[in-house]
Ligand binder design. Structure first.
Ligand code: HEM
Length: 532
């Protein structure tokens, strides 16, 4: 045992030494070597050069030099908390997934909320989509529902994701603007991508400036499948409904909050949970079959479309409660890795081309971001159920196979041979038939880009509609190129004539020729027909 006295003394340079005593831990290196002096490096003589021999100094500085890891390429700024998912209505009629069987059972969960476009150090109240990523540590492996606070997305096909993100991030020569949608590149891409306009209506609405993470809805966005024990499939859309209600701020407030407290959302979540005011969401599902999918006006594989709740009502099946802040931001919130492909048996994918692309993207980016293939060994990412596999080695390997065998099939028998596959309990993909020529062209069923944008706009109250118009005028007023402004407004003509007129007026533009947009429907408008 090493005993130090705890007290303060002055060193030769006037620095304070706080030394260990009683229960106070002894400062050590990463190798556990006790440290005698943490204020002074080892020198040759009082004024001589620092010595390479000082292993404590070298380790401390080298470790510091490596503290940063790449920030997420999107959703870099986020905030996480622990909680649980509790089933309130069994889904055993449609899925074999263990998590959906027993009413009242609680399963641990971790949630990370985020903005999308801003860097890790950006402000919370940007006009932006919010990520709503949920990891549920089920008894059959981790289920990640990597969603947003908006039920649709900008693009239909994952191959467009790098272009979308490049256009939204700071422009490559000047590296601004940071964390906001108001700039030429973003609106250039949007105005050349008509499928984005439904999402644009949502992002220009109050939904994109939430009052709190606690007052946002969450959506899985894509159509997924639920599979029962016989392999029968039911399509599903996932929804999180906040018990706190849905609340946003107005732009004027958002700008002030960003200036006064850029950490507004993370502070709000931290304070609420630490104060015992645990935020809660209901999990709702929209369930439908092939017959509905075939009869629906839009393609259920198209992530730019919703399925109206009037057509397929939401069935509430559970609740998510966040009741514990993290112990360490970096270890948990920063290192957590969500991935759409993490689904337990009984939950499966649809052929949505955005979802299919996401299933590739997340694992790849996380192998880089978290330094290799073993990031599931980090406690926040590790499943909380039994695990056994033959994957081994790589940087930071902490769960290598035990014993002599690291392959299968093998002849080492039940006790030494390691894990075996299980055709009954194992995940089985839905036996979907796929046919047709290989092709890149999208289905015609993905073609209508404006009808649901219009439905969303007209579903808003007059003041909410005005906010959308104001947001478009503000954002587009930051766009320098007149052709990009006009092209954007020409798309609005296909959504709502008053909205287009209001935005054109706000920008001092003549109403553009609707032929500029992909599918013009309105040719003339009375100038007085404005949003009020
Ligand atoms: C990160 C949602 C589309 C690639 C995230 C996060 C969320 C999210 C919530 C943050 C996860 C966290 O908190 O750690 C969505 C939604 C999408 C979508 C709802 C569309 C419906 C895409 C697409 C791609 C993509 C199409 C690529 C093809 C990424 C990447 C990250 C990310 C690379 C960073 C992951 C990491 O570093 O851990 N996404 N995303 N996303 N997303 Fe998406």
């Amino acid at each position: 045992a090493i005993s130090f006295s705890y007290g303060e003394s002055q060193g030769g340079g006037g620095e304070t030494h706080q030394v260990a005593e009683g229960d106070v831990a002894v400062l050590t290196t990463q190798q556990g070597i006790p440290v005698s002096d943490d204020q002074n490096s080892l020198k040759q003589g009082a004024r001589g050069p620092t010595l390479l021999e000082d292993f404590h100094f070298r380790e401390k500085i080298f470790h510091f030099d490596h503290e940063r890891i790449p920030e997420r390429v999107v959703h870099a700024r986020g905030y996480g908390a622990h909680g649980y998912f509790e089933l309130t209505d069994s889904l055993s009629d449609v899925t074999r997934a263990d998590i959906f069987q027993r009413v009242g059972e609680r399963t641990p969960a971790f949630v990370r909320f985020s903005t999308v476009a801003g860097s890790k150090g950006s402000f919370d109240l940007a006009r932006d989509v919010r990520g709503f990523a949920v990891k549920v540590y089920t008894q059959e492996g981790n289920w990640d529902l990597v969603g947003n606070n908006i039920p649709v997305f900008f693009i239909q096909d994952a191959i467009k994701f790098p272009d979308l993100v490049h256009s939204a991030k700071p422009e490559p020569d000047r590296n601004f603007p940071q964390a906001q949608t108001a700039h030429d590149n973003f609106w250039d891409f949007i105005s050349l991508t008509p499928e984005s306009f439904h999402m644009i209506m949502w992002t220009m609405s109050d939904r994109a400036i939430p009052r709190s993470y606690r007052t946002m809805e969450g959506f899985g966005v894509h159509t997924f499948r639920l599979l029962d024990a016989d392999g029968k499939s039911t399509f599903v859309k996932f929804h999180w409904k906040p018990k706190q209600g849905l609340q946003s701020v107005v732009w004027n407030e958002a700008v002030k909050i960003n200036g006064a407290d850029p950490d507004f959302h993370r502070r709000d979540l931290w304070d609420a949970i630490n104060g015992g005011d645990f935020p809660e969401w209901e999990l709702g599902v929209q369930l439908f079959d092939d017959a509905f999918a075939d009869s629906f006006d839009f393609d259920i594989l198209d992530a730019t479309k919703i399925i109206p709740e009037e057509l397929v009502p939401i069935r509430v099946v559970g609740r998510l409660v966040l009741d514990r802040v993290v112990d360490n931001f970096f270890a948990e919130t920063e290192q957590v890795a969500f991935c759409t492909q993490n689904v337990p048996p009984g939950i499966d994918f649809s052929n949505d081309p955005l979802l299919q692309g996401r299933n590739f993207s997340y694992l790849d980016t996380q192998i880089k971001r978290l330094g290799g293939p073993n990031f599931t060994h980090i406690p926040i990412n590790a499943p909380k159920c039994p695990m056994a596999h033959f994957q081994q080695d790589g940087h930071m390997a902490m769960r290598n196979p035990i014993g002599r065998v690291n392959y299968e099939p093998n002849s080492w028998g039940a006790t030494q041979g390691g894990p075996r596959e299980d055709p009954v309990r194992g995940a089985i993909a839905f036996a979907e038939t796929a046919e047709g020529p290989k092709q890149r062209v999208r289905s015609d069923s993905f073609a209508d880009h404006y009808s649901q944008a219009r439905q969303f706009f007209i579903s808003q109250t007059p003041i909410e509609q005005k906010h959308i118009g104001d947001a478009l005028v503000f954002e587009l007023s930051k766009v320098e190129r007149p052709d990009i402004r006009s092209r954007t407004v020409s798309h609005l003509l296909n959504i709502d004539a008053r909205l287009a007129a209001t935005v054109a007026d706000g920008l001092g533009l003549a109403l553009p020729d609707p032929a500029v947009a992909a599918r013009p429907t309105i040719t003339d408008l009375p100038a007085s027909d404005k949003l009020s």
